[in-house]
Design a protein around this ligand. Structure first.
Ligand code: ADP
Ligand code: TRP
Length: 321
């Protein structure tokens, strides 16, 4: 089974990215899946217009993934724009992509509603995403809930191309973990870079602690029993601790006598315990830019062998020489 996923370098990676997409694909790597992971820099161009910022975000996303356990021996790890075939494939796929399919995509509407310019690239974003997946023949794609519709586009487009030109592509399926499909942010809404409600994975630990203290809770007093299921603090805490710790905390919520301040402190400690070891690894990697560049070059070479094969087949199928 071949698994593939990508993430945009459009800002600091956060806990929602980690549980929604990064950890699922890293777990699949551990289970022995043939995995491909990439930094979607062509995609980020739709929202990041400052070249220096883009370069910084790419570097940070690469370091984050490697620090968190991506093993380049087992996972082909590359930057999207090192595979120019993907953009050519996007054109061949555009030819069979109905406008209506793209017009229905929530993500385009959400982004333009937030003031992001409505460019052709932003509109065609799901076709590029389809090409990312099909070029490398990714069969399973771990993502958070918000990417589900894009995966439906990818399946539709693959099937449409196959019907029109013969069987060239494997229609991919999303892998969405129920428990972490939408990790809440500090305000209880979906955690997202664009809502300013994130806990970033490699922020300064003191700043993270301060942000955790700002999580919005209800006004129950310390003594009152509380519902862990509706509390953002608990929803984040449970992701970071063992089953036993989770159940113990849930019982304390229900019993009363636990204040939100104490729960937040427990969350901050759990966050720190979970991510501190990765922080050390990240610092070591940051000190070795040549080593990191070599990893990405090797990953791109592996992925490119796949994309060339796919692109050749697609070109032949449509009648290009
Ligand atoms: P953001 O909303 O912060 O801009 P992205 O859209 O770049 O995040 O998402 C990158 C990946 O992380 C996608 O697979 C997405 O589904 C996943 N993801 C993002 N936020 C969350 C969240 N709050 N819960 C679960 N998964 C998430
Ligand atoms: N659109 C995805 C996001 O915003 C990133 C992405 C680009 C992606 N290409 C992909 C994810 C291919 C999975 C497969 O998060």
């Amino acid at each position: 089974m071949r698994v593939l996923s990508g993430i945009q370098p459009s800002g600091a990676l956060h806990l929602g990215n980690y549980f929604g997409m990064m950890k699922p694909i890293l777990d699949l790597q551990e289970q022995g899946a043939e995995s491909f992971v990439f930094i979607a820099d062509y995609h980020a161009l739709t929202t990041v217009d400052d070249p220096d910022r883009l370069r910084g975000h790419i570097r940070d996303a690469v370091l984050d993934f490697l620090a968190l356990g991506l093993d380049p021996e087992r996972t082909a790890f590359y930057v999207q724009s090192d595979l120019p075939e993907v953009t050519e494939l996007t054109w061949l796929l555009s030819v069979v992509t109905p406008m209506g399919l793209l017009e229905r995509c929530h993500s385009f509407k959400d982004k333009t509603a937030k003031g992001i310019p409505a460019t052709h690239a932003l509109f065609a974003y799901p076709v590029l995403m389809t090409a990312d997946i099909l070029a490398v023949r990714g069969e399973q794609v771990p993502v958070g809930q918000d990417q589900k519709q894009h995966l439906e586009v990818a399946r539709d487009v693959a099937q449409k191309f196959n019907r029109q030109y013969g069987e060239v592509f494997v229609p991919p399926v999303p892998v969405i973990r129920e428990q972490v499909a939408t990790v809440p942010g500090l305000d209880g809404q979906k955690m997202s870079k664009s809502y300013g409600n994130t806990l970033d994975l490699f922020a300064d630990p003191r700043a993270t602690r301060k942000r955790i203290m700002k999580i919005v809770t209800d006004s129950r007093t310390v003594e009152e029993p509380k519902d862990p299921e509706t509390c953002t603090v608990f929803q984040l805490y449970r992701l970071l601790v063992s089953d036993a710790e989770r159940e113990a905390m849930a019982a304390r919520y229900r019993a009363g006598g636990l204040g939100y301040g104490e729960a937040k402190k427990a969350l901050a400690d759990a966050f720190e315990t979970h991510f501190a070891p990765f922080r050390e690894r990240r610092e070591a990697l940051a000190a070795d830019p040549d080593g990191v560049a070599a990893i990405l070059a090797a990953g791109a070479e592996r992925a490119r062998a796949e994309t060339r094969r796919t692109l050749d087949a697609a070109r032949r199928a449509v009648g290009l020489a």
